[in-house]
Ligand binder design. Structure first.
Ligand code: SF4
Length: 245
């Protein structure tokens, strides 16, 4: 007899089987980027950026968790939603150049590159156009930090990304940074003045990583603690920490 009591249906073997099937079907993009990306240059570990750039093998069996892959997808979906909200409000957004390629930059023989979420070319607000539009979908904790402390203090890695786009795409009007709180669907908007010093520092970091990679010199770990948050889902964790991983 089927147990129609909800409590009896919640974690049955059948439900666990469905859960495992959904998780197992999540597809990971295994395409490796052979450049230092603007979106990663502000991340805490230069060694991780370097090993990705050099195309080093990921740890055997390493894979993003299904939950993390869903968070990545959430970011793409929410970015598209936010772009529609802005367009509905009368802003003109573009994602590709005249050649149909994604808008972005590529320097140092293509070793340092990035693709901007959109460029806003016009709209009803009395601001300077064109400008970089950068978007993130965040959980409540990160979103609230952003709301109370602003981009540069709460999320310097994103501020680095924005500054690099502004510098290399020669779009130095204040950028529009937008974040959706994925839990409450509140939005955060900030106009980000061009920070030349920040852009230079991020660019110098990228050049240092590229030069060391060409010279065969490994960048230091970002921490002495293998339990540091950045190491938890790092594809080089075993290689980096050996038995301590
Ligand atoms: S395991 Fe940690 S220290 Fe090592 S590369 Fe990854 S993030 Fe950096």
């Amino acid at each position: 007899m089927i147990d129609m009591n909800p409590a009896g249906m919640i974690r049955t073997d059948a439900v666990k089987e469905i859960h495992a099937a959904v998780d197992g079907a999540m597809r990971q993009d295994d395409k490796r980027r052979r450049y230092v990306g603007a979106s990663s240059i502000g991340s805490p570990c230069e060694r991780k950026i370097q090993l990705e750039f050099m195309g080093d093998a990921h740890d055997e069996g390493w894979r993003f968790s299904a939950r993390t892959l869903r968070i990545f997808q959430r970011g793409h979906v929410m970015e598209s939603m936010s772009a529609v909200w802005l367009a509905d409000a009368g802003f003109r957004l573009t994602q590709t150049g005249k050649n149909g390629q994604p808008l972005g930059f590529k320097v140092a023989d293509g070793s340092f590159a990035g693709h901007v979420d959109r460029v806003i070319t016009g709209g009803p607000a009395d601001i300077a156009y064109p400008l970089v539009w950068e978007h993130k979908a965040l959980g409540s904790k990160s979103w609230k930090a952003l709301e109370s402390r602003g981009l540069a203090k709460a999320k310097p890695e994103y501020a680095d990304q924005v500054a690099v786009y502004q510098a290399y795409m020669d779009l130095t009007n204040p950028a529009l940074f937008m974040a959706v709180n994925a839990d409450t669907m509140e939005i955060y908007l900030e106009l980000v003045p061009f920070d030349r010093v920040r852009a230079q520092s991020a660019s110098d970091r990228a050049v240092g990583i590229i030069m060391d990679s060409r010279a065969g010199a490994l960048r230091p770990r970002c921490t002495d603690d293998p339990t540091f948050y950045a190491c938890s889902d790092c594809p080089f964790r075993k290689r980096c920490w050996g038995a301590a991983a």
